[in-house]
Design a protein around this ligand. Structure first.
Ligand code: FES
Ligand code: FES
Length: 158
């Protein structure tokens, strides 16, 4: 199959230029090529949300996006928020017990960020819908939902 392609895009506001196979997955580019290991890989097939990043502000599974789809997009990973000071959503996850494991939390935080950037006052159903792409296989969602509700309160004070 054909050779590499050149793609230019931004990650956490930093320009990136790479020569990559067109079908190299964004998750591998982030973790292996760029050293951004905060984004996790679990199922690898778009089912769990461990790999969620924001692409042009939209919740996106990095295991499903290929190199050829990256030209001129803007990506935000968990490393791109809370620089110098915790993002209120990260603060809320810590304080309310939503930070249950390192696998699901980065994706959960980014899903909540995307949700609250569009809607600062979501209903509980809208919160559940916003987190519907993020799977916790172990602990349950009580702490996570408390964290989302506390995030809303912290953001109101900003
Ligand atoms: S690793 Fe991408 S959705 Fe599970
Ligand atoms: S998968 Fe992370 S807390 Fe369940």
């Amino acid at each position: 199959m054909g050779g590499n392609i050149k793609v230019q895009f931004k990650v956490n506001n930093q320009p990136v230029s790479l020569n990559i196979p067109p079908l190299r997955r964004l998750i591998d580019i982030l973790r292996e090529d760029l050293g951004l290991t905060g984004t996790k890989i679990s199922c690898g097939i778009g089912r769990c949300g461990a790999c969620i990043v924001l692409v042009n502000g939209q919740i996106t599974n990095a295991c499903l996006l290929m190199g050829y789809q990256l030209h001129e997009v803007e990506i935000v990973t968990i490393e791109g928020i809370g620089i110098g000071k915790l993002d209120p959503i990260q603060q809320a996850f810590i304080e309310e017990g939503g930070f249950q494991c390192g696998y699901c939390t980065p994706g959960m935080v980014l899903s909540v960020k995307a949700l609250l950037e569009k809607n600062r006052n979501p209903t509980q159903d809208q919160i559940l819908e916003g987190l519907s792409g993020n799977l916790c296989r172990c602990t349950g969602y009580g702490g996570i939902l408390r964290a989302v509700n506390y995030s809303i309160k912290l953001l109101e004070k900003e």
